[in-house]
Ligand binder design. Sequence first.
Ligand code: FES
Length: 116
Amino acid sequence: MSSHHWIKIFDNEQALHNNIPLGKATSFVIKGNKICIAHSTNGVFAVADRCPHNGASLSQGFCTEKDEIVCPMHRYPFDLKTGRTTSGLSMNVLTYPIQIKENGVFIGIKAKWWEV
Ligand code: FES
């Protein structure tokens, strides 16, 4: 059974929108994971901030209207909801769950087996 650590990244949704404009992304290091948080048309999504193609920082890229993040290096797009490569030219990227609650915006990091 997997469980998550839920880490607060913003105090509220407004703070998130102030920090990450629509169509952009930013990166956080959370529990040793470099994570790209992207603000796309249909919400906020989190994926690993390392392009599976050749390691570029996806948070330096931009979002499309189809909720993809486009890598800044070779412009391969990835579906932010599933992490799937939509170009078919790369491996998929790891996704992380986001929860927006009254007391903040949280990202879920899978607990290691010894932490459960
Ligand atoms: S490094 Fe991201 S598309 Fe090549």
